[in-house]
Structure formats: C-alpha cells, structure tokens
Design a protein around this ligand. Structure first.
Ligand code: PEP
Length: 251
C-alpha cells in the first residue's frame, strides 16, 4: 500500500515573511495529520524561513529546481548541497515550466536526478505532454521518451528515491483537469514502464502523483484510481484551507 503524498509547488510566489506566515498557518491547520505525506516547495529565498516555520511538524520541505553541479562558476544557480544545507528533503526536477521557459531537457533532468540522489535529496520528477502532442495522439510516446532519457542509467536503488509527477501541460494552471480516467490511463502506463524497465517491486513501490489544476473538489476522484498516489499542487497550495482540504480528501 502506497501512502498518499500531497506536494505543494509555490512557484515564484511569497517573500520570506509571507512564506513563513503561510507555512506556519499550514502547520496549524494540518496539526499532526499523518495519513498522507505533506510537502511544501517554496522559492529558494523563502526556504530557510519556511523550514523554521514548519519545524517539529508533519510537513516536509522541498525546492523547485537545482543545478547538477555541487559548486562552482554557475552564476545564479543553486546546488543540491545548498538545498540539503537549508533543510530541504525533496526537490522538484523537470517541471514543465522549466522545460518550457528555461530549456530544461531530458538530459539535464537526468543529470539533476543523479546529483540530487547523490546529495541525499529525493527527486520529484515531472513529466507530461503538451496539448498539441495529446491532440496528435503522441502522449504515450512523449512520456516514454521523457522516462527513457530522464531515467537513463539509473539503478533500482535510485528509483526507490524517486517520485514521478505526471502533469499534462494543458492542465497546469489552466483550470482544466484531466479526468480520473485520462490520468489513470497515463499513470498505469508509467507504472508499467517502470515494471518493464526496472522490476515489479520498484513498480509497486514508486509513488505517482498527478498534477494539473488539482483542487479540493477533484482530488477524491483522482486518488480513487489504483495508480494515482497523490498530487503535485500549484495554485491551490497557496491557500491554507484549499491545500488542507486536498490533503484531508486524499485519504
Ligand atoms: C504545478 O505547478 O505543478 C501545477 C500542477 O499547477 P496547478 O495546480 O496550478 O495547475
């Protein structure tokens, strides 16, 4: 049985003071709820403040991106080592906004996954097709390629540290959610890919999150599907009440 996992991607929102306020309100709101794993991913500059605010709570901290090198002449970048140092446990890798606006390729995703794991971070790897690709019936081909190249030369042991977030690009921030059936079809495809390329055991263990306009009203239908183990939540994770309801409706 896989434990539900609800992760909030705050994107480029909240100053440090605002992040501390949101995180401490969330801490109060979820109390000691342990039936789902709960994660918040504030922007880099708010990680320390958020970490302080969620201390001694059931909420974990994650970052939204990282560079694959540990240190050096990479102006403007942040490394896995720095994220560990600030208290992050997870890191989102390959979000579609990074792929679209910052030229994140499957090859870079692969390097980042490897660097994250070797620094002791747990990657949440985002994959998903665009509307155009879905309309051409290419969604499975796109996902397969993202998995094949993104997970290139990873071991079984590496896979155990990874969570996959299936996020159809056409459903992110648009208010359009994939139906439970559409999402389940893709999740089952992803789990089977893991089964074929790694093992039964890894396929059964790996958590697959759905992302794309998840709200308190649609989480129940989504998570009632066999292969949907949780959600990566953008917009709704910025509202304490909505995010708390998503968490509580996920079990
Ligand atoms: C996301 O940022 O990963 C996301 C799914 O956003 P939203 O929930 O706002 O669609």
């Amino acid at each position: 049985m896989r434990k539900p996992f609800i992760a909030g991607n705050w994107k480029m929102n909240k100053t440090a003071v605002e992040a501390a306020d949101l995180a401490s309100k969330l801490k109060e709101s979820v109390g000691d709820f342990k039936d789902a794993d709960i994660l918040i991913c504030p922007p880099y500059t708010s990680l320390a403040a958020a970490q302080e605010a969620i201390k001694d709570s059931v909420i974990d901290l994650g970052a939204q991106n990282m560079h694959w090198e540990g240190q050096g002449a990479f102006t403007g970048e942040i490394s896995s080592v720095m994220l560990k140092d600030v208290g992050a446990k997870f890191v989102i890798i390959g979000h579609s906004e990074r792929r679209k606006y910052f030229s994140e390729t499957n090859e870079k995703v692969n390097k980042k996954i490897k660097a994250a794991i070797s620094a002791g971070l747990l990657p949440i790897v985002c994959i998903g097709e665009t509307l155009e690709q879905r309309e051409k019936g290419q969604e499975k081909e796109v996902i397969e390629n993202q998995l094949k190249e993104g997970f290139d030369s990873l071991s079984e042991e590496d896979l155990e540290k990874i969570t996959v977030a299936y996020e159809p690009v056409w459903a992110i921030g648009t208010g359009k959610t994939a139906t439970g059936q559409q999402a389940e079809q893709m999740h089952s495809f992803i789990r089977n890919w893991v089964r074929e390329n790694f093992s039964d055991q890894t396929a059964e263990k790996i958590r697959l999150l759905y992302g794309g306009s998840v709200k308190p009203v649609n989480i129940k239908e989504l998570i009632s599907n066999e292969n949907i183990d949780g959600a990566l939540v953008g917009g709704a994770s910025l509202k304490v009440q909505n995010f708390t309801e998503i968490i509580k409706n996920s079990v």
